[in-house]
Design a protein around this ligand. Sequence first.
Ligand code: NAD
Length: 531
Amino acid sequence: MATVEAPVRPRTALHQGPFVNEPFFDFRKEENARKMRAALTKVRSQLGREYDLIIGGKRVKTTDKIKSLNPARPSEIVGLHQKANKEHVKPAMQAALAAFASWSRTSVEERASLLFRAGDLLRQRKMEYMAWLVFEVSKNWAEADADISETIDFCEFYAREALRFAKVETPVQMPGERDSLMYIPLGVGAVIPPWNFPCAIMAGMTLASIVSGNTVILKPSSDSPTIAAKFIELLEEVGLPEGVVNFCPGAGASFGDAVVAHPKTRYIAFTGSREVGLHINQVAATQAPGQLWIKRTILEMGGKDAMIVDADGDIDAAVEGTAQAAFGFQGQKCSACSRVIVDERVYDKFLEQLKARVEQITVGDPAENSNMGAVINEGSMKTILAYIEQGKKDGRLITGGERATEAGEGYFIKPTVIADIPPKSKLEQEEIFGPVLAVIKARGFDHALEIANDTEFGLTGAVYTKSHDKIERAIREFHVGNLYINRKCTGAMVGAHPFGGFNMSGTDSKSGGPDYLYLFTQAKAVGEKIS
Ligand code: NAD
């Protein structure tokens, strides 16, 4: 890890001009497919390696370990990790506090330059990083591409944003004064990501933290520590100073909880389930002895996202959008469509087409680029299968409904569609986080909107309709942080669709948007008399 200050490199043409999202690969081109297969072969040869905690730049081993397994082949160890426990909180905090003293005073240009370089290096190694996601969380090639592309976007976008923030001016200058507004860092942040966008979300919350001048204790999910370790390696390679990010895989309930509760933790950037988010909110709200501030919490949580198909909507497009949004990455996206609410006039036609489309979805090893890989772990598989059994009782199974054992030893579940699910039932209300879609019949558009808004979540939603009036109504009344019209409810792009939800979906922090870095800073106003 670099001990000297990171050099500021001049911004290349790539980092100037308008921000452009990282393009996705077209795997129909044989050359791209060949390169991806080569990346998979290279990464496969590195599976099973051991990774250390990194605290203040020092490698630390622990007795307890975390085994990160390949969900498609659970006998295969992707990475062996140390397991931080409560006793590691103190050294991690000391290292982060020590680094904060210098890192918070580095120039914004220097910090942004680190992110630009990280993005450049990730572009060069994109397929290799994608391959890690294929093995560690069972993403297929396109899903892995979306995750790493978003990570590159975060490097580029937050670097530019930090530079923009540094130039903000107060709207008024008092006569005889120089009035300025500056966004200064907060302190040490706990960054606690989930496993489902294990690179993009983990990196996004970390990058937003450090480009704003904070230092971090990063606790990745125990299901995806390897990709986080690889990302930290990359940051080190581009000059991350010691202690700025302290890499500490560990259990949420012990290490994670203790970091959240620590009096010197200034803020918590969390993405994960509603239950854990609310718990963190509660712990963070309690003033610990010696704690000088109100801890800031940035909490992005679950969803029960709905797509509405109106009677005059484009059914073909709605079927395609639903299949992709419900079953992309096995339905394990906070933005996934888990409810499709269909007008009774087109209900049967929609269902018939949807069944045919979903039955084309292939389930198998994502290294071979099947449409769907395995769900994340055994516990999750069991929970999802229990929801499916409940759904068979509450509704009518259209397709799927069981494990896909023919796909292999992994945690494979068939894409499952259950129709006639009643509003307010378990499958209509609770986040399942797996390849299970509830289809709900609506009497008309009013009824559809009422059902769509009837859960405690409010993350994403979509409406398929040709009616201008209904579009206007959806914009006014469909209460979600990310609404899409005549397109699917997944696939938010950095810059275009700042992401975050309402109600129990979180604090609506809008990652990838122009307000995001405010959450990682505090504004200081200075009025200086000049004559
Ligand atoms: P999770 O809540 O189980 O875990 C998230 C993180 O919290 C993990 O790193 C975990 O170790 C840690 N954790 C657990 N208990 C903790 C505690 N007591 N104190 C501190 N940290 C603790 O979620 P998950 O299964 O990793 O991810 C899936 C969930 O994330 C879903 O609910 C999904 O909707 C949500 N999610 C939301 C968004 C969003 O932007 N709103 C994005 C992705 C995922």
